[in-house]
Design a protein around this ligand. Sequence first.
Ligand SMILES: O=C(CO)[C@@H](O)[C@H](O)COP(=O)(O)O
Ligand SMILES: [Fe+2]
Length: 224
Amino acid sequence: MSRPTPVWIAPSVLAADFTRLGEQVREAQEGGADLIHVDVMDGRFVPNISMGIVVVEAIRRVAQIPLDVHLMIVEPEKYLADFVQAGATYLTFHAEATPHAHRAVQRIRELGAKPGLALNPATPLSFLETLLPDLDLALLMTVNPGFGGQKFIPGSTQRLRELRALRDRLNPACLIEVDGGITPQTVTQVSGADILVAGSSVFNLHSSIQENIKTLRENYALTG
Ligand SMILES: O=C(CO)[C@@H](O)[C@H](O)COP(=O)(O)O
Ligand SMILES: [Fe+2]
């Protein structure tokens, strides 16, 4: 499989105006978004609570592009079927969230969705070795999960390089997504990522959503 060209942009609705969620999703889609990223937080795996199944369902009704659901929850295996049924195209859980990561990957696939595995900034990349061949997505956290609007962790650039080498060796079809602190400035430090998740820099800057997506893509392209 070839890499997405140009890079895919996945606006994170965590930073959207929730009083106008449908409108903001449509605007992101019309503004060139390739996926809609939905951050699900349970107050246990991460110290914050965000949104769940009904919100994914509601977004599914307005979005025509795939939904990229990022589960930051413990025991994700309990909810995989619910999130797939709600409309998740990519369904990603965290390495530390379950003792049965391989089973969860298989289950997501059986349910008809594309499995993803997320790595925290301190999670060794070696965790991926056995799972990579079965994944459609590897999500590299470039901040600690739990909140939008945080600062990009600079060491992520080197980790991304190493992750790319691992991916190229074990499963070239697997997409690499970076998530957290991606802005028009930091996007130059994630060269080689296939998908850029961006919340604050898509929904919270003064320019339009369309303009923000365009700027991210243009600045990323400068990385060659
Ligand atoms: O998963 C997460 C945070 O845990 C992210 O998806 C954030 O929602 C991205 O927000 P910004 O850092 O782009 O504001
Ligand atoms: Fe996320």
